[in-house]
Design a protein around this ligand. Structure first.
Ligand code: KIV
Ligand code: ZN
Length: 543
């Protein structure tokens, strides 16, 4: 059996546990397919996260498959721990164990509700019953995988004395990490710190486990809460790229990592290090942060707000004259970190119209994209098309092309032709030809309030799946009139949300691509089985 590495070197650094593919994917509309999850997992490995929570394998065959593929392809000996989430039931735990098995370092993360409100209304179990389930299920998980993490859900609103008992039993049964979730984002930083302090003082066997924290951002305090928890001994942080996740999201990975990096001197003493120690507090390659943020945003359709810390478009933009003047005189007047440290300024103009396939492939490799031959061919065609419209092609352009091509929503409906006519005093009109899943080419046309509306109406006439467009956004990838425009949209179908993404120098084409992308996700989902939600769906206690 494997020895969990989490225990070996965690006391003097932070373990970054990324849950973008599990809790992040629980954001409405952020649903990813297996290939997209794999692409993100590979990038998370490049970023240097210690643990990838790859999904909730019991949720559906698709979720199981995604975790298995990630375990196989990303979970190497030198790669991250691959973790599967499981409710505290035998069937969930067995599914998680089977899915993470191909990984060199597999982990099962099992959880059960701890707060009285969850026990009474969700779980319908007494505290005594839960106290029996915890060691049973942790021991069962331990019989399948050496590295077991246990979470008392809604710990933030639970009776601390009850938590201490749960954690003691979980550790005694073999849990090597105990995670403390503020499931509803209720706590303040000092309360979270006190909770961790109480756990350290009152759980007799706590020194046999790593203390982890997990928290949601309902009151905007998740990152501050985690940093306070770190000061009191938490050594694993559960976070997501761009802070995506249930409701207001999870603690943002990039904010935690950069806070620990930029304010290292403040945090060093809490790790028993000299104040001025230069040794990093995490294993993250911070220069991969911006790129990871863009990839996750493009594939999930969850936009990053411009003023978002670290990775927002304005985070390093010195708009006002007074700031620009100060920054030119001395960078540190208004900047506490360098844009290069998150990989933002590595935006070289690298290729042009005449660059060949080898140069293209080589630069993509340097940027960390390892494409299959099929994806490379598609991306190269797009690159050549772009070269005809744009003289200099930068790294950002290449990323936009690749991110657009590696979206793997099955092309059930394919847009074969698009023609738009619009202008002042004109009726915006769109004509489309779409190939249906049955291979039939159908043409239709519509008039709209503007060109995008006309395109969407024309597409709807062919695809004929009732839906509501609830979000539409267009952003330019680089400056300049010939820049690629990226369109991100979100659709609602009954109680479900679907996102779509498109990129093109013509924003009407990008808009059409984004719409087709979202409709294809919608139609693939309608054909598949619905995934279980780990926290909201009923759990049958066959323990
Ligand atoms: O927020 C939460 O409590 C969770 C648990 C499953 C850890 O996501
Ligand atoms: Zn959560």
């Amino acid at each position: 059996m494997n020895t969990p590495i989490a225990n070996s070197d965690s006391s003097d650094r932070i373990i970054i546990f990324d849950t973008t593919l599990r809790d992040g994917e629980q954001s409405p509309g952020a649903t990813l397919n297996v290939d997209e999850k794999l692409t993100i997992a590979k990038q998370l490995a490049r970023l240097g996260v210690d643990v990838i929570e790859a999904g909730f394998p019991f949720a559906s065959p698709g979720d199981f498959e995604a975790v298995t593929q990630i375990a196989q392809q990303v979970g190497s000996e030198t790669g991250p721990i691959i973790c599967g989430l499981a409710r505290a039931t035998r069937q969930d735990i067995k599914a998680a164990a089977d899915a993470v098995k191909p990984a060199a370092k597999p982990r099962i993360h099992t959880f059960i509700a701890a707060s009285d409100i969850h026990l009474e209304y969700k779980l319908k179990k007494t505290r005594a019953e839960v106290l029996d389930i915890v060691p049973d299920m942790v021991a069962y998980a331990k019989s399948l995988v050496a590295d077991v993490e246990f979470s008392p859900e809604d710990a933030g609103r639970s009776d601390p004395e009850f938590l201490y008992l749960m954690l003691e039993r979980a550790i005694a049964a073999g849990a090597t990490t105990v995670n403390i979730p503020d499931t509803v984002g209720f706590l303040t930083p000092s309360e979270f710190g006190t909770l961790i302090q109480g756990i350290k003082a009152n759980v007799p066997n706590i020194d046999q486990a790593i203390i982890s924290v997990h928290g949601h951002n309902d009151l905007g305090m998740a990152v501050a809460n985690f940093l306070e928890a770190v000061k009191h001994g938490a050594r694993q942080l559960e976070c997501t790229i761009n802070g995506i996740g249930e409701r207001a999201g999870n603690a943002a990975l990039e904010e935690l990592v950069m806070a620990l990096h930029v304010r290292r001197q403040y945090f060093n003493p809490f790790f028993g290090r000299p104040v001025d120690s230069e040794a990093p507090l995490t294993h993250i390659d911070t220069r991969q942060l911006y790129k990871t943020s863009r990839l996750v945003s493009n594939l999930t359709g969850m936009l990053v707000q411009p003023n978002k810390a670290i990775v927002g478009a304005n985070a390093f933009a010195h708009e006002s004259g007074i700031h620009q003047d100060g920054v030119l005189k001395h960078k540190l007047t208004y900047e506490i970190m360098d844009a290069q440290s998150i990989g933002l300024n590595d935006n070289q103009i690298v290729l042009g119209k005449h660059s060949g396939r080898n140069a293209f492939r080589t630069r993509l490799k340097e940027l960390g994209f390892d494409l299959s031959d099929q994806d490379l061919n598609k991306a190269f065609l797009r690159f050549k098309e772009l070269g005809d419209k744009k003289k200099d092609i930068s790294d950002r352009d290449l990323e936009a092309i690749v991110n657009n091509e590696i979206q793997h929503a099955p092309e059930l409906f394919k847009l074969e032709h698009l023609q738009v006519s619009c202008g002042d005093h004109a009726y915006p009109t769109a004509t489309v030809i779409i190939r249906t899943p049955e291979g039939e080419e159908l043409m239709d046309a519509a008039i709209g309030t503007g060109p995008v509306d006309a395109v969407y109406k024309a597409i709807n006439r062919v695809v004929n799946i009732p839906n509501q467009l609830i979000e539409y956004s267009v952003q330019s990838v680089t400056a300049g009139i010939d820049a690629i425009g990226e369109v991100t949209i979100r659709l609602q179908y009954e109680d479900r949300f679907f996102s779509g993404h498109g990129a093109n120098t013509d924003v009407i084409v990008a808009s059409a691509q984004a719409y087709m992308n979202a409709l294809n996700r919608l139609s693939a989902t309608l054909q598949g089985t619905r995934s279980l939600h780990p926290q909201h769906d009923e759990v049958a206690h066959i323990v």
